[in-house]
Write a protein that binds this ligand. Sequence first.
Ligand code: ADP
Length: 709
Amino acid sequence: MNPQAVSALLAALLILAIGVTVWLRNRRDRTNGWFAAFSLTLAAWQLCTALAATSSDPLWHWLVLWPAAAIPPMAIGFFSAFLAQPSIGATYRRPQLTLIATALVLLALIYSQVGVHLHDQLWFQIPFAVYVYGALYLCVGMLFQQYRRSTRQAERARLRYLTLGGFITTTFALSDVLPRLGVGWPTVGNVLAVLYLYFLAQTMFRSRLIDLNELLGKMAVLGILVVLLSIVYGVLLAWVGSGQEGLFLLNALTASFVILIVFEPIRSSLEANVARWLLRQRKPLRTFLDFRRGDWIATSDLPTLAGRLMDALEESGRFTDAYLYLIAPDGNSFECIASIGEAASPTLDAGRLRELTDRLKVGVINTEPAPRYARRGATDERGSKAAELVLGELGATIAVGFVGYPDPGADVEPIVFGFLAGRDARAVAAFDEDDIAALQGLARQAARVLEASRAFEQLKARERLAALGAMAAGLAHEIRNPLGAIKGATQLLMSQPDLRLGGESQEFLGVIVEEVNRLNNVVTRFLDYARVDHSNAATHQYVALNAVVKKTAQLLAQAEEHRNCAIDVELDEILSFVDGDAEALVQVFLNLGLNALQAMPQGGTLTISTHRRNRSRQGFGRFCEVRFVDTGAGIPKERMDNLFIPFFTTKQTGSGLGLAIAQRIVSQHGGTIEVSSNVGRGATFSVLLPAGQTQAEAATSPERRAETP
Ligand code: ADP
């Protein structure tokens, strides 16, 4: 077999393997399908070339033109599909024109076999080559055009590599024709084609810039290794010369031995060098973050800001993973609004992050080991152990908080209303002092934008109220005692017959008692709000929610508001138990039930039902739901955001604490309250609590503690 045939055969096998692997990854994907078809055509062409080179049958020289003629539509089809991927975003066009040209070429080929032999003639071969290679250059042109259009850094890099690689590969493949024209030229086109296809296949699955750089690094290591090792082989084998079989074997053995010994050290030193080179390519974070500052000032909506921030981080290539979390308007959880790299959990409980957020009020946390080249002066970059642990759980090594002040003048604690956490999984000490300073600058900038947002306004209001609440709780306590005295004294007056108070005076005293009662009620509820802490596991039991709901319905039926309303109860009989405080849950359900009844003064129906659910706002899991559906006036959209804020009420005698207390209790149980409403038709309040033991488990468990309140 001549070298050309061997190289074509090997190329055919490798190309086929690459094509099949891509296809197996996702058989339904259009781009993968086109890639497989394109590689199959190339492999068929290489195979026929190998056969044509070994066989003397002229039929092969004709047959080889068939797969060659199929290359243009396949190549154009594939690159159109590739460029139409959502991340790149070009429009997909079917290779219709090319298909017509292909049909004409195939007709000519058939005619060439049955009629006049055209394919041996130079005047047929040259246009044929122009047709095939022209199409390949057209593909390179498509890549280049999209490269110029593309605005995203990662895509630009990918398209730049692909355009350049495509151009070099096509040109070398074309130059393989030279030996046929009698020009001495090494045939490297096949090797390059295989490498290019491999690179192309890899970039289809790894579109991120950092992955591309890594891939490039790996390919560089591989390439240099192959060259070095073939030099060792080449030198040792060339030295033997021909005709000395024994020596050949001996030298081949020696060469293999040498290679095995030097392979490991060479590889690791090469890898280290390439990694160092890539590291040197790192740009300081500041370059990317400063550049974007101007945009940020002009941005006030959060999603855009978050998107731009992540783009900047991705472009910097300095993070393999980064997550941006912002506090939810109710202040109980953090929501992930943007991320790069590994998937982040969509919501995190604010309580669980307390250590971390407290620590972020002071500054950046960096849990990486200090780099050798830099003195890390400030110890305050290291968090407390607990904070570092939380950061580790998030899969990050560095975090910076967005800190705001609810009331700049007053002595109120700052709030961390968001944070950015991330890491560079490829390096041990990825961030230096400059980077940290840049991140701090970024955090200040972002905090300013966020501070102006509506969500933060709400949060500030809450925090201010909470601070006020703590103060007022003391005050409330002080009010209750004199109230008791006033009430007692008034009742005493009313019961003194010798005072001879007239009907009117008695009435006034009655008013005093009534108002004192009301005041006492408000103060008690307020203290409830300030004090409630039902997160204590010691008071928790396995609670059968259905029993709690039945009990609530009985209590509601006795309420004055019940007069015009019907109460329906629909229970899911195989509901799990929940871990909680039954008394506190009755309080929650009573609040929701009374609100619903109060929303239907003209009458209506309150339906209380229980359900099993497998997702809530917090994500997937097993939850028990208690749902209150009323047919009242509903809740206008603008009121929705305020429902849970303490003292928010629309009722004349309301305290505005019912929902705030309910939410507090539910979140202390690890649950959430979801509200939806159709104005004019009614409102739905759903309490979602994490499910505990199932009934079957409870029946077999010795420490069954299911309780009915
Ligand atoms: P209060 O009941 O003392 O006003 P809450 O915190 O329980 O305090 O409720 C706050 C406000 O939410 C109510 O004043 C009312 O405007 C609204 N609300 C609560 N539940 C409903 C409901 N089922 N339908 C309509 N509005 C409701």
